[in-house]
Design a protein around this ligand. Structure first.
Ligand code: GLN
Length: 185
């Protein structure tokens, strides 16, 4: 089983840790650059992207996170994690997110999504003040959209979703991520 990290500065990191441990992974909650050493994969959880940005700056995690990504390490970004990866935040992924994009009236909702690589019934997606991808480069593959707006994407070793499988009893995206991390272990 791979050793995977969960960025644990802010947000719902504990729920990801639980899901990943439930799947048998070795999980380390990461709060400092030293915590990134030796990881086979990393989850950037949902939360609040402005607060998470401040934490990353405070801990000097920006460059170490960019190096981890550049080394090809699988990274799963969910919701605020998808925002953190974008051009305007860590600058790791070639997309730009619109924050709280579904608007005030529908801050939270659920949808069933078909995602390539996830077999069986559709993915139950819980959206909470979710972003969507507003713009992206050519090497970004859009995996799922809601009302024409991308909510799941892949770019090389990066997998990003704007919803919260970790609170919906949906572990297949974490399984997919762990399979990719296991290749590096
Ligand atoms: N609205 C949050 C933000 O902009 C993201 C919400 C989430 O992660 N559930 O940072």
């Amino acid at each position: 089983m791979p050793l995977v990290g969960v960025l644990a500065l802010q947000g719902d990191f504990a729920a990801h840790t639980r899901v990943l441990r439930g799947l048998g992974a070795d999980v380390r909650e990461v709060r400092t650059p030293a915590g990134l050493t030796g990881l086979d994969g990393l989850v950037i959880p949902g939360g609040e992207s402005t607060t998470m940005t401040l934490g990353i700056e405070r801990e000097g995690l920006g460059d170490p996170l960019r190096e981890l990504a550049a080394a090809g390490t699988p990274i799963l970004g969910t919701c605020a994690g998808m925002i953190m990866l974008d051009r305007d935040h860590l600058g790791i992924a070639d997309w730009r997110c619109a924050r709280n994009a579904f608007g005030r009236q529908i801050r939270s909702f659920e949808a069933d999504l078909r995602i390539p690589g996830i077999d069986g019934p559709p993915v139950r997606a819980v959206f909470i003040r979710a972003p969507w991808i507003a713009e992206h480069g050519d090497d970004v593959e859009i995996l799922a959209s809601v009302d024409g707006h991308p909510v799941a994407a892949r770019q090389g070793n990066l997998l990003a979703i704007s919803f919260h499988p970790e609170i919906a009893g949906e572990s297949r995206l974490h399984e997919l991520f762990l399979r990719e991390a296991a290749v590096r272990a």
